[in-house]
Unconditional design. Structure first.
Lengths: 437, 482
């Protein structure tokens, strides 16, 4: 039985485990139909031209977590940004771990999707927002069909959330292969401000496939900063679908740090439903071995006077492959749009490859849109300069790569997070130098 | 290559007796509508082609039968009915008009603006001409000069008869019969086209152009061009004409193959100004062209195109940089107005070491038109030190048109250096204001700005062509400023 059949047939069993009177029930039933019809995307689809899911779909995944697994904090401390105080929503194999988490209902809601989907007091929010930004493509629909758990964050009007929120999904690998489908919903109301850090981490070498969907709603003048850390082991694959719906004068940014995993696909979609909106999409990709990272972005400019900034840097070693597929659509009404897109790549090894496709679709005339894309190498003269001053080759290379990715790093607003990412990069490059970036 | 399956056999047996019953009047000027193997055979027979050519066409036809029309391009149009077209009509020897007075005055006005001489006007509009006009004698003189250098320049039908060894060796090597839907169709039914061979080490002394073959038959809707530049030779080839052609044929599916052997250089310039349909988007030519060049070691191919006509354009002049140190260039201006749609760009496939490519594409959209750039830069794993620079700029006029870019960049070699940049903008109000202030009216100002925008490409065109193309740009955008 292939994975698609398995998922479709286990939907019935899944339905028995959740409340079928709830609003979400209809949404789920519709979604499974879409998935059943479309199936997993193949390379024949334009959006999946350079990424094949075949190698990860052949595993025999268990689609529901069978047992609750516990983890002790010291075991996993290193995956937390532990040097600052944060709210934490922690999942182990898809199940909520209360003793690692720190949630709140004090003025803001930082809690669980399962609670939000079942308790009446959240009903209005769920009906207004749940599955409203998500596209109806096959993988998102699959997640919608099985949506039951994940992070639920609701920030009411005029609140500045004083500490960042961490969402971490651990998989213990207690089963031979696990498929996880977390579903997150973030609603930020007028004038509020929130920072969120998300991470997926598997703790053993057993295959894990995560098909995650996050919907973010940034209402009037809201500020949302979202950071994704993807530094998983060689058998963990991640399909991360993020949908951001912005209202007027809101600011939203998503930083994606893709440092590993077998296959990572980031579908990042911004919809600008209002004037004077600013969207930022940035990413650093540093991978090696046979890893594959695919960034698929969309910025949809619907109304006038908005801006978007995209900046993706990639460094590819060994046999790794990278894909960047960035699309900017400017509708007829979206005059005075400023849309910028940059994608810079460095290939370190002969076996590495990069496919990039920056797309512009423009229907308005009074706009400034540009995209730039480069593929190149480390500057030899800069290398020579450093080597001649006694900096060893490895460190010199690392310095250049840091400089290369600095544009993205410098817009990270949480200093501790920036330090952590700097450390991860240093680790990746096998150097031990304190970069003060 | 199409496989000859049992189904095909059955099909053939079914139609076998029909084959003998079938009769095409070779003398007749136009074949019945529709396409089948007999029609392909008849076209070939009509052109007195050798057996291998007939077989080659049939092979293409068999592949084409099983192909589907491509859907991926960013254009929308009503699919032509391929069985509703007549695939051969002999060039009409009878003049359409007896004197210039009968010709559409609008057409004449355009000629006037382009500064085309009276004789040319007559020729282009299909007016009967005296045989001793200048252009014909000029053409003959040119032919003599070319022949002295050993350059072969003739229609492809003649070449098939006179130089079968060259045609046989090279045709279909760059654009194989099964390459794509329209290339296969063209391979099966191509009516005529140009053939050009430059011998080793010869530098062609003049710009070769279909223009010099003006006294020969028209080429029809399925044109096939084959240009071969032997080792160390150089040729500059011009195709098309700045004058608007009111063509009856709705569908044009041409194939152009360029072969640049070691150290050779080919410069191929096109100006296309076919009927784009009226202001409401009715009518107009569908232009589905496959153009591709192959570069051997140290060779260079340069494509320059100015596209202002056709209702739907679907065209990607490409370079396969097979030899080491070979160079590919693509310079393009695509102008769309009213309801025109253009999906055009290039493919640069880097196979050899130290290969270089440059892409400069300028898109100008006005009215309700859609203009897309679609390009591929591919660096293969053995292409050490490959270098590419691409620049795609779009200019939008009015808020009902669209400009799109779909660049595909694939690099499999770490020594590759690729740069791609694209911008989209409109004509600045301050620029217009500056011109207005100095007494230049808005329409002129726009022409000025558009010319500046397209300068990089216009500069690449041969001299006289560049002047005409510049005027053509102005005419194409006339009335697009409100």
């Amino acid at each position: 039985m292939d994975l698609k059949e398995k998922l479709v047939s286990s939907f019935l069993a899944f339905e028995n485990s959740v409340d079928i009177d709830a609003y979400a029930h209809d949404v789920r039933t519709d979604a499974i139909k879409i998935f059943e019809e479309k199936g997993f995307p193949s390379k024949k689809e334009e959006a999946w031209k350079y990424t094949s899911l075949n190698s990860i779909l052949k595993e025999d995944y268990s689609v529901f977590p069978k047992q609750e697994n516990a983890l002790e904090y010291p075991q996993v401390k290193k995956y937390f940004i532990h040097d600052i105080d944060t709210y934490k929503i922690i999942f182990i194999d898809g199940k909520y771990s209360s003793h690692l988490s720190q949630t709140t209902h004090d003025g803001i809601d930082v809690c669980l999707m399962s609670a939000a989907l079942s308790k009446p007091k959240y009903q209005l929010i769920i009906e207004n927002y749940f599955n409203k930004a998500a596209e109806k493509d096959s993988l998102t629909s699959l997640n919608t069909a099985f949506s039951s758990e994940g992070a639920y964050i609701h920030i009411p009007k005029n609140k500045i959330v004083e500490k960042p929120i961490q969402i971490i999904h651990f998989s213990t690998g207690n089963e031979s292969a696990t498929m996880l489908q977390p579903r997150n919903l973030v609603v930020v109301d007028e004038n509020s401000h929130v920072q969120i850090i998300e991470r997926h981490q598997s703790l053993t070498g057993n295959p894990v496939l995560t098909n995650s969907v996050t919907e973010i709603f940034a209402n009037k003048r809201a500020i949302v900063d979202y950071y994704k850390i993807q530094n998983d082991n060689e058998n963990a694959s991640l399909i991360d679908n993020t949908f951001i719906n912005q209202k007027r004068e809101s600011l939203a940014s998503v930083h994606t740090f893709a440092f590993g995993g077998k296959l990572t696909r980031n579908n990042l979609n911004f919809y600008q439903n209002g004037e004077r909106i600013d969207s930022t999409l940035k990413g650093i990709t540093i991978i090696g071995d046979k890893q594959h990272v695919d960034h698929n972005t969309l910025v949809h400019h619907i109304e006038p006077n908005c801006e978007s900034h995209q900046d993706y840097k990639g460094i590819f070693d060994d046999k790794s492959t990278g894909v960047f597929n960035g699309k900017v659509v400017v509708e007829k009404e979206a005059q005075k749009t400023n849309a910028f897109q940059a994608n810079n790549n460095i290939l370190i090894s002969d076996k590495a490859s990069i496919n990039t496709k920056p797309q512009l679709e423009i229907f308005a005339d009074d706009v400034k849109c540009s995209h730039g894309c480069t593929i190149g190498q480390l500057d030899e003269s800069a290398m020579f300069y450093m080597r001649s001053r006694g900096i060893p080759e490895k460190e010199a290379k690392a310095l250049l790569m840091f400089a290369f990715s600095n544009n993205v790093l410098e817009s990270v607003k949480i200093p501790e997070l920036k330090q952590r990412i700097t450390k991860i990069i240093a680790n990746k490059l096998g150097v031990n130098i304190g970069f003060d970036l | 290559m199409s496989k000859y399956t049992e189904d095909d056999l059955r099909e053939e047996l079914k139609t076998k007796e029909y084959e003998y019953g079938f009769y095409t009047d070779i003398e007749s000027d136009t074949f019945p509508n529709g396409l089948n193997e007999d029609i392909v055979r008849a076209i070939s027979k009509k052109k007195e082609e050798p057996n291998w050519m007939t077989e080659w066409r049939l092979e293409a036809f068999r592949v084409w039968k099983n192909m589907e029309e491509p859907e991926w391009a960013n254009v929308h149009y009503e699919k032509p009915d391929f069985q509703g077209i007549s695939y051969y009509s002999a060039p009409n020897s009878k003049p359409k008009y007896d004197s210039l007075d009968e010709v559409d005055p609008e057409l004449l006005a355009t000629f006037e603006k382009l500064g085309i001489s009276l004789d040319e006007q007559k020729k282009l509009a299909g007016v009967a001409m005296d045989v001793v006009v200048d252009s014909v004698s000029v053409a003959t003189t040119f032919k003599k000069t070319l022949a002295e250098q050993g350059i072969i320049f003739m229609s492809i039908s003649e070449a098939i008869k006179e130089h079968p060894e060259l045609v046989k060796k090279y045709i279909g090597t760059v654009v194989p019969q099964k390459d794509n839907f329209y290339a296969a169709l063209n391979s099966a039914v191509f009516s005529d086209g140009s053939f050009c061979y430059i011998p080793k080490g010869v530098r062609c002394p003049m710009e070769l152009s279909t223009y010099f073959r003006i006294n020969q038959a028209g080429t029809g809707q399925f044109e096939r061009t084959l240009v071969i530049a032997d080792e160390g030779s150089y040729v500059s080839y011009l195709e098309g004409c700045t004058a608007p052609s009111r063509d009856e044929n709705q569908l044009h599916a041409a194939v152009v193959e360029l072969i640049a052997l070691d150290d050779a250089e080919i410069k191929y310039s096109t100006v296309q100004n076919w009927f784009p349909g009226n202001a409401e988007g009715k009518g107009g030519v569908y232009n589905f062209v496959t153009k591709r060049g192959l570069c051997e070691t140290n060779a260079k191919i340069s494509w320059t195109q100015v596209e202002t006509g056709s209702a739907v354009t679907w065209k990607y002049p490409s370079c396969i940089l097979k030899g080491d140190n070979s160079v590919g260039e693509f310079y393009s201006i695509a102008v769309t107005n009213n309801y025109q749609q253009a999906d055009t760009g290039t493919k640069m496939v880097h196979l050899g070491k130290n290969t270089k490519s440059t892409i400069i594409s300028k898109g100008i959209s006005a009215g309700k038109s859609q203009n897309s750039y679609r390009g591929l830069v591919q660096i293969n794993s053995r292409a050490e030190n490959a270098r590419n620079f691409s620049q795609c700029d779009s200019l939008l006029m009015g808020n009902e048109c669209g400009a799109h870019t779909f660049p595909y960049i694939e690099a499999k070699n770490k020594t590759a250096k690729i740069e791609h940049e694209a911008t989209t903008s409109k004509i600045g109000e301050d620029q217009i204001f500056y011109c207005n202030q100095r007494g230049i009216d808005t329409e002129k100002a726009i022409a000025l700005i558009v010319n500046g925008f397209s300068k990089e490409v216009l500069n690449k065109l041969p001299m006289e062509f560049a002047v005409e193309a510049q005027k053509l740009l102005e005419i194409s955008l006339e009335g697009s400023v409100g």
